[in-house]
Design a protein around this ligand. Structure first.
Ligand code: ASP
Length: 438
């Protein structure tokens, strides 16, 4: 059994967290390849190492004083090394980074050093090898991952390495210079490694006990989702649930490797298992609720619209020609509505309205603003009666008017449009009827 195990910034924020990580790793022999982020915040006033490194780079290259920033970085690593009794020479490494930036090393190089130093220290602490991602994760010049070469290099490099600590977040371009993923990219590093070595599991350790059924800023102490499919998670994350880095799903999903989200501060909590498919039903008939504010609908009216061939296509072409992607498009016999992000629409509203008039000569084009979309997601909904009914009665009960309803043929979700001012009330009501009432 082989597991790739990734620890996020808060899991390696200080020596105490390093000790928790070591206990977790030692408790399961399958945890052989460890990917680490750069140290994150130990407390709300603290700063993330990656943020400090970006600032360091900006200050050095702008010729500003960078002493304060360097001191903050040094303090963090020195305290971890001292508390754990490591031999790792932090001062030597930081002097080198400072010199390299002064001599022209790039911004990505600077940011990547957070993970690089952290992985070195973790490897010494655990007694595992250090393997540099720069030698395994290869980017094309356009910033995309060169997947074929990356999988090849990872498999070749780790073939004879039994246990290793690997820095997350970066790799290198074909010319050897360092290139990072976008923020949060250590999730992607772990996923690429899991895929390349055909891991049995990709564990992603963080500071929460998994994905919640609803946003904890809206619903108090929401339940954790125990098992979720990739398809459900995609729906939830598209609608605003904060999950892993979006590029982390693709490599493992393609090979059916599950991802297990776990909490470093509560390792016995079951966490959330993300799988391609499962017999296990969600506990609550629905799996999760997520939503976003800030949509508007563009309502196009035309008597006898239903008999005009190509009407919808010509309306949608106006949106496409203006570079706007559409979210939903419910329609009636004499009317169609196109839901789009309001902030994107605002910039181009008059071009689009006049474009629709020119394209299909409708009677009216009216815009309705301030709409939220809420997705109620669940693999268990398929062919089960009464789910939509329960949602609608819950919303009626709290006086929320539904402005739009959409259910795709996959029956994986039901999307509801409500006024922005009803957003939180609606989510709480749906949560209550499916979770609290169970
Ligand atoms: N350290 C990087 C960041 O803060 C990458 C990561 O943690 O995944 O975005």
């Amino acid at each position: 059994m082989k597991k790739v195990v990734k620890f996020g910034g808060s899991s390696v924020a200080n020596a105490g967290q390093f000790k928790k990580v070591a206990d977790i790793i030692k408790s399961d022999k399958a945890r052989r390849y460890i990917v680490v982020s750069a140290p994150g915040k130990s407390n709300p006033k603290d700063e993330k190492i990656t943020d400090l490194l970006y600032r360091l780079y900006d200050e050095i290259t702008a010729g500003k004083s960078y002493k304060k920033t360097m001191t903050a970085i040094r303090k963090k690593y020195v305290s971890i090394a001292d508390d754990l009794g490591l031999k790792f020479n932090v001062d030597y490494e930081l002097d080198k980074i400072e010199r390299d930036i002064n001599e022209g090393a790039g911004r990505d190089y600077a940011a990547s050093r957070g993970e690089y130093l952290c992985a070195h220290m973790m490897s010494e602490y655990l007694g595992y090898d250090f393997v540099d991602s720069a030698d395994m994760i290869i980017f094309n010049d356009d910033g995309s991952v060169d997947y074929d070469r990356t999988y090849e290099e990872i498999a070749r490099t780790l073939e004879n390495v039994k246990k290793a600590v690997i820095p997350g977040f970066y790799g290198s371009l074909h010319d050897g210079s360092i290139k990072t993923f976008t923020r949060g990219g250590s999730d992607v590093t772990g996923s690429l490694i899991a895929k390349a070595i055909t891991a049995d599991m990709y564990e992603n350790w963080t500071d929460v006990s998994g994905f919640m059924v609803a946003d904890p800023r809206i619903v108090k102490n929401p339940k954790v989702i125990e098992t979720v499919t990739y398809a459900e998670l995609r729906e939830l994350s598209y609608m605003g649930a904060s999950v892993l880095h979006e590029d982390a799903f693709f490599p493992v999903r393609k090979d059916g490797i599950p991802i297990h989200i776990k909490n470093t501060n509560d390792p016995d909590a079951p966490g959330t298992l993300i799988v391609e498919s499962t017999c296990k039903n969600s506990k609550y008939m629905i799996t999760g609720i997520a939503g976003k504010k800030g949509f508007c609908s563009v309502n196009v009216d035309q008597p006898m619209m239903n008999s005009i061939v190509g009407f919808c296509m010509n309306v949608l072409k106006v949106f496409a020609d203006n570079g706007l992607s559409i979210e939903h498009m419910p329609s009636g016999i004499d009317t169609m509505s196109v839901f789009v992000h309001q902030s994107e629409f605002e910039d181009k509203e008059q071009q689009i309205i006049s474009g629709i008039h020119r394209a299909v000569k409708p009677e009216t084009v009216m815009v309705d603003t301030g709409i939220s979309l809420i997705a109620v997601v669940g693999r268990g909904m398929k062919s089960v009666q009464g789910i939509a009914g329960r949602i609608f009665s819950a919303l009626a009960h709290v006086g929320v008017n539904i402005k739009m309803i959409d259910q795709g043929s996959s029956e994986l979700n039901i999307i509801i449009g409500v006024k922005d001012s009803d957003f939180e009330t609606a989510i709480r009501a749906i949560y209550e009827i499916f979770v609290d009432a169970e």
